[in-house]
Design a protein around this ligand. Structure first.
Ligand SMILES: [Zn+2]
Ligand SMILES: [Zn+2]
Length: 263
């Protein structure tokens, strides 16, 4: 199905983690709304998965980072380099990068390591470093943006993207149990939520299937997509664990899984 001008089409580009996996690339999600393409997180392997999804890097207008861990940001430098220097082709439309507090410092660090090779011209690159307070409801043409701090890293943010016709998708990034996530995801059409490890292997800073399900139930979301699976998840019954706390439509992410408005 092609993306149309209504709603938001979600494509999971990477459903995995830092663990190398042929099945699960590191974290990245593509959202398309009203002709605008958004990339949420840019873990290693993202550009290959974009190609597999039929999307050119130049078609991405917005890159959001949930936080700076390498499984979510590790391909950003390569992405910028490719936008600037790809053979016979280069970006001529603006790119906006949106991330939490400290991103400018992070980007300066990347430029310190890679130099001008990754530095897009100021006319092409717009950086928005969200403060954790009072950045709700900003409009970006085809969508509005809300964000909320998560329980993971100091800069961690979850994002809520709402299309011009009112469909909302929330992306948690990495987090432990978070009241902010329940609030941000309130009655969202889709919640894409991390579920890093099975219930029995819970670690600090991450969710499990039943905890993600509880957040989805409390928020009253339309659909829940679990993602960010460590290999231990593939040996567990993730669906059964999530069903302990959540009865609604449930998707277990796989790379290149596509979720459209009408499904
Ligand atoms: Zn992380
Ligand atoms: Zn992660």
């Amino acid at each position: 199905m092609t993306s149309d001008n209504t709603g938001i089409t979600v494509t999971i580009l990477g459903s995995g983690t830092c663990v190398p996996s042929l099945r699960r690339s590191a974290c990245a999600v593509l959202m398309e709304t009203g002709g605008t393409k958004l990339l949420l997180d840019c873990g290693p392997g993202t550009m290959r998965r974009l190609l597999e999804a039929g999307v050119a890097i130049f078609d991405i207008s917005f890159v959001f980072l949930s936080h700076f861990h390498p499984d979510h940001s590790g391909e950003l430098a390569s992405f910028l380099f490719s936008n600037k220097c790809a053979d016979g082709n280069r970006r001529d439309t603006p790119l906006t990068i949106i991330a939490g507090r400290g991103f400018s410092h992070f980007y300066e660090g990347l430029k310190g390591a890679y130099g001008h090779w990754i530095a897009l011209s100021p006319e092409l690159l717009n950086i928005i470093e969200l403060d954790k307070l009072g950045n709700d409801g900003q409009s970006f043409g085809d969508f509005t943006l809300e964000s909320a701090p998560m329980v993971h890293n100091p800069e961690s943010l979850a994002y809520r993207i709402t299309s011009s016709d009112g469909m909302s998708v929330v992306y948690s990034g990495d987090t432990d149990v978070s009241e902010n996530l329940v609030t941000l995801a309130r009655e969202a059409d889709i919640l894409i939520c991390e579920s890093a490890l099975p219930d029995a292997l819970k670690v600090s800073g991450h969710l499990t299937p039943s905890l993600a399900g509880e957040i989805a139930s409390r928020a009253g979301v339309g659909k829940l997509v679990l993602t960010h699976f460590y290999p231990e998840c593939d040996a567990a019954d993730i669906e059964a664990e999530c069903r302990k706390t959540y009865a609604g439509p449930l998707f277990l992410a796989e790379d290149l899984m596509r979720i459209v408005n009408s499904e």
